[in-house]
Design a protein around this ligand. Structure first.
Ligand code: CP
Length: 316
């Protein structure tokens, strides 16, 4: 693997899922693979799970790890040809070039601004690192995708599924803030490659980008979508029209025990962090069907599988 920014960077996603599950059985099988290699993790936005799981994954492979909180540093310029006489102090051309002098792999987290759809969907920060770094780039969540999360989600579904082709329902859920579409876009993109019956449910107005939805069936009736589900994956996202806004919703889309009773004793999943009793009720989140902690644990094995495949890539 030369880079990891979406499912399309992976030759065989199902094999990567199996690789992550194999790593879970023996995470310390390759303690020297990353000897004398350095993984640099650059965060323009906060993180708990991605930061800790990717740092630990790199260490399990014997890598050095450096983490840069880029939001605390000076502002980078991403536009070519700009006269830099304003607030930006360093161009990404130099910054990514310099980081490549110290690192063998660069991970980047960069959220969308949620002001302008075209700007966000151009995924400028991630694309700039890919263009100007001379080492492999791993997305730690970009403006429009969160592939490490989606890989861990698929690993979790593979681990807990009770039939060959489970019904997996991605449901919009309420949230007090405006959130990106990245986790949901990416979940659809990855699970479209998985042996599952994938269903998307959301209130009218919260349509996701057709480039990510593709032919996934969409329902505006949450109860109907939940019927017979084996996995319920809850996530909030803001609207595409008007872009980055919260819209009024007539009915309650919180995932509750009463709604989970409509399912095939489904497991509950969420990428975290989650707003209790807004996105999902305590009763569901604290139930034996909740997979949020195993799902978070699988972030480690997903990250380790990705780093391992990059470290093992043919070079030259
Ligand atoms: N799910 C997830 O990516 O969590 P963090 O934002 O804490 O990394």
């Amino acid at each position: 693997m030369q880079q990891f920014t979406s499912v399309y960077d992976v030759a065989d996603p199902q094999l990567l899922v199996q690789a992550a599950l194999a790593i879970k059985k023996n995470p310390h099988a390759h303690p020297d693979l990353g000897r004398h290699k350095t993984v640099l993790l650059v965060f323009f936005n906060p993180s708990l799970r991605t930061r800790l799981s990717t740092e630990l994954a790199a260490r399990n492979l014997g890598c050095n790890v450096m983490t840069l909180n880029a939001a605390e540093g000076w502002q980078l310029e991403f536009t070519d040809g700009t006269v830099m006489d304003g607030s930006t102090a360093e161009h990404i051309r130099e910054a990514a070039g310099v980081m490549s002098q110290y690192a063998d792999i660069i991970g980047v987290r960069s959220f969308p601004g949620l002001q302008d759809r075209a700007t966000d969907y151009a995924d400028e920060v991630l694309r700039a690192f890919i263009a100007h770094a001379t080492v492999p780039v791993v997305s730690l969540e970009s403006a429009i995708r969160h592939p490490l999360q989606s890989l861990a989600d698929w690993v979790t579904i593979e681990e807990y599924k009770r039939q060959d082709r489970p019904r997996v329902v991605l449901t919009w859920a309420p949230h007090p803030r405006t959130l990106p579409q990245a986790v949901s876009n990416s979940f659809l993109e990855w699970l479209q490659h998985a042996p599952v019956e994938l269903v998307l449910t959301h209130p009218a107005g919260y349509e996701l980008d057709p480039a990510f939805v593709k032919d996934t069936p969409v329902s505006h009736d949450q109860a109907a979508a939940f019927a017979g589900a084996d996995f319920i994956y809850a996530k909030n996202w803001s609207a595409l029209h008007p872009y980055g806004q919260r819209l009024p919703v007539a009915t309650d889309w919180q995932v509750t025990a009463a709604k989970m009773a409509l399912t095939n004793n489904a497991y509950f999943m969420h990428c975290l962090p989650v707003r209790r009793n807004v996105v999902v009720s305590d009763a569901v989140l604290d139930s034996p069907q909740s997979l949020v902690l195993p799902q978070a644990r699988n972030r480690l094995f997903a990250a380790q599988a990705v780093l391992q495949q990059i470290l093992e890539r043919p070079v030259g």
